[in-house]
Design a protein around this ligand. Structure first.
Ligand code: AQP
Length: 354
């Protein structure tokens, strides 16, 4: 093989209502990428156990994320849509990566620190090892590109570190198999089995912030429902949340530089730009000098225009769980075949007898 075959992979946890941050940071990009790429989109249900072990309605949560993928426009026939627990090879590779990753690397993960809170002794081992499973999710398909929100950037850097250490540690074993690819990392030539993944984080809203506090990420686990627009919110609720969103008293600036030091204004302009497929500069060219009393209703109209068809389609799909399960079963079967191919090679590289 002379180079890695391009492949897009990403996942979303079934841990609650999807919100505008998940949509703009991840799902909208998934849809855009499917025109020119081979894509795999995964409901990462094993990861959901790190947030909370027992879920009231795990099947419903998995189906609702799948419905969001389909309602947003992902084609499960051309691409692969599946849930992680149907492909046990993710967990197998994660164990190997647990042995590759170093405690020091994992201890630096800010998401673990945020989610574990003050009482780290009580955090689960799974929460600590989460990024190692995420690396396995991606690399079990030797995926090359990963669309995610900005909050996942550090985990993707760790994925590269894990891939690099595996490639270097097993370099002498990879070469005779003929399975590796000659790549250059920095100035160093490496014979790599696993690719160095490229994060796809760009766009005007890589980190959508809370509607109540421009310094906090919009998040499923925020106790205030007013902090986020959920994909299942109806038009009145979207309108109420955006009208109540925190802002400052000044008019919008005409230049992007004028947004600095104004996190709430910056966030709303970023959301508008992402929903309209424009840049922040375009949005400010239209609304610069206007008060939020003018901008917010325009943002409400745009958000409702974009989200309402997705919400309606999600509701329609959720009414037919049998169809969603069939999509996941079909995707799971195709994903397992790809993952098993990688794992046969990895087992040979390591030297497990089979
Ligand atoms: N606020 C955000 N802005 C942009 N992208 C975001 N993502 C999440 N929040 C934002 C992206 O959505 C994808 C799926 O995320 P996830 O559900 O797997 O996990 P998460 O990042 O932990 O999401 P939440 O909503 O913030 O959940 P909690 O509250 O449980 O932590 C990822 O690509 C993520 O970057």
């Amino acid at each position: 093989m002379s180079e890695f075959k391009p492949l897009v992979f990403s996942g979303v946890q079934p841990t609650g209502n999807l919100h505008l941050g998940n949509y703009l940071g991840a799902i909208r990009k998934f849809v855009a990428l499917q025109d020119n790429n081979d894509c795999m989109y995964c409901v990462v249900d094993l990861h959901a156990l790190t947030a909370q072990l027992v879920h009231d309605d795990m099947p419903g949560q998995i189906r609702s994320i799948t419905a969001a993928f389909l309602a947003a426009g992902i084609d499960p026939q051309k691409h692969i849509v599946f849930n992680q627990s149907q492909v046990p090879q993710h967990a197998e590779l994660a164990w190997i990566f647990n042995c590759v990753a170093r405690m020091g690397w994992m201890s630096r993960m800010t998401q673990f620190k945020d989610k574990a809170g003050k009482d780290r002794e009580q955090a689960s081992l799974g929460l600590f090892a989460y990024p190692s499973l995420m690396a396995a999710d991606i690399l079990v398909y030797r995926a090359t590109h990963v669309p995610v929100g900005d909050d996942q950037k550090q985990h993707l850097e760790l994925t590269r570190d894990i891939a690099m250490k595996f490639n270097l540690d097993f370099g002498d074993k990879i070469r005779p198999t003929g399975l590796g690819v000659d790549i250059t990392v920095g100035n160093e030539p490496v014979h790599a089995y696993f690719p160095m993944v490229e994060p796809l984080i760009d766009g005007p809203a890589p980190r959508v912030m809370s509607l109540k506090d421009g310094s906090k990420k919009m998040s499923k686990s925020d106790p205030s429902d007013l902090s986020r627009v959920n994909l299942m919110d109806d038009s009145d609720t979207i309108s109420k949340k955006i009208r109540k969103a925190k802002t400052d008293p000044d008019a919008l600036p005409s230049e992007v530089a004028g947004l600095s030091g104004r996190p709430e204004a910056d966030n709303l302009v970023g959301i508008y730009a992402a929903l309209a497929d424009k840049t922040k500069a375009d949005v400010l060219a239209e609304f610069g000098g206007q008060q939020f009393s003018v901008f917010k209703p325009a943002l409400v109209d745009l958000a409702v225009d974009v989200l309402a068809p997705i919400t309606d389609e999600m509701r329609r799909l959720m009414a037919d769980p049998g169809h969603i399960d069939a999509v996941l079963r079909d995707g799971g079967e195709r994903a397992r075949a790809r993952a098993e191919k990688t794992m046969m090679e990895v087992r040979d590289i390591i030297g497990f007898v089979r």
